[in-house]
Design a protein around this ligand. Structure first.
Ligand SMILES: Nc1ncnc2c1ncn2[C@@H]1O[C@H](COP(=O)(O)OP(=O)(O)OP(=O)(O)O)[C@@H](O)[C@H]1O
Ligand SMILES: [Mg+2]
Length: 269
């Protein structure tokens, strides 16, 4: 069986009990602040504006981005260096807040959530993958995948379910073809293997959306193709919605649709 077939076959959602508890916590945190809209896509932005200030100089980065990502879609975002691709992805993933405009998830406005509400939303629904993996060097592959569960559940919650979480981390590493590298630390892994660990970590909470910023940007063509195969399989067989930033047009074309950013605006979608 190929590595990517394993991804599809053995991916498991978190237990019903875990899902219910997390849903309740998310509802409590966001009840006061969620605003419904006519946005029907899974993840969308309206007239999104982001500017940075450097001393007295204001740098406009996003100048009114409208974007809709449907459930189950695989969308790539391309554009020149500095066009605002990472900025847009960070805003969609609630890692940053806009200066204007709105962001919606499941039809609810999310850009105005409290910091805690954003954290809960992100931990529950968004998986993130970055160009340079962002793994903790002192932890093994398995421990890196477990880290979001430890942070989310706290020490007590985590220890009560250690074996369940460890089993899930091992399954996810097997899914991405790294079942034989569970105890390896990042410095003992290749770039492609580190990105596989990062993908497994991003999947640990069973997210609705995977946001990937240049996931193949640090890899050679062959390894990049393997990573794309994993992402495509997750999208096609798990219906995982994916938004991926890339410089590489050949990689971008493997998505369902490509969005181009030019000077902070979407020029094609
Ligand atoms: N924290 C910041 N403070 C000031 N300017 C910033 C900050 N973050 C980003 N910028 C500026 O915003 C612009 C867009 O940055 P961004 O990282 O989104 O571009 P990008 O399209 O992802 O580029 P690349 O392809 O090189 O990763 C750049 O001109 C950058 O210098
Ligand atoms: Mg970038």
């Amino acid at each position: 069986m190929s590595k990517t077939t394993q991804v599809a076959d053995s991916q498991q959602v978190p237990s019903q009990q875990m899902q219910t508890a997390r849903k309740r916590r998310w509802q409590t945190l966001t009840r006061q602040r969620v605003t419904s809209s006519s946005v029907t896509s899974l993840l969308g932005s309206r007239d999104l504006v982001r500017r940075y200030r450097k001393g007295s100089v204001e740098i406009p980065v996003l100048r009114g981005v409208d974007l809709d990502v449907e459930e189950g879609e695989f969308v790539s975002i391309v554009g020149q260096s500095g066009s605002g691709k990472s900025t847009l992805l960070h805003l969609l993933g609630t890692l940053d807040q806009p200066d204007g405009g709105e962001i919606y998830f499941e039809g609810n406005r999310i850009d105005n959530l409290s910091p805690r509400g954003r954290d809960v939303l992100r931990n529950r629904h968004f998986g993130m993958v970055f160009q340079f993996y962002h793994l903790l060097p002192e932890l093994s592959a398995c421990e890196n995948v477990l880290l979001p569960s430890m942070i989310r559940e706290g020490v007590w919650g985590y220890w009560r379910r250690t074996s369940e979480y460890c089993r899930r981390a091992e399954e996810l590493l097997e899914l991405v073809g790294l079942g034989h590298r569970l105890k390896h630390r990042p410095k003992e892994l290749s770039g492609g293997e580190m990105q596989r660990v990062a993908i497994a970590r991003a999947l640990v909470a069973g997210p609705r959306v995977l946001l990937a910023d240049e996931p193949t940007g640090n890899l050679d063509r062959r390894t990049g193709t393997e990573i794309m195969e994993i992402l495509r399989t997750l999208n096609e067989q798990q219906r995982l919605t994916i938004v991926m930033v890339t410089h590489d047009l050949a990689i971008a074309q493997q998505a369902h649709r490509t969005v181009q950013l030019v000077e902070g605006s979407v020029v094609s979608a």
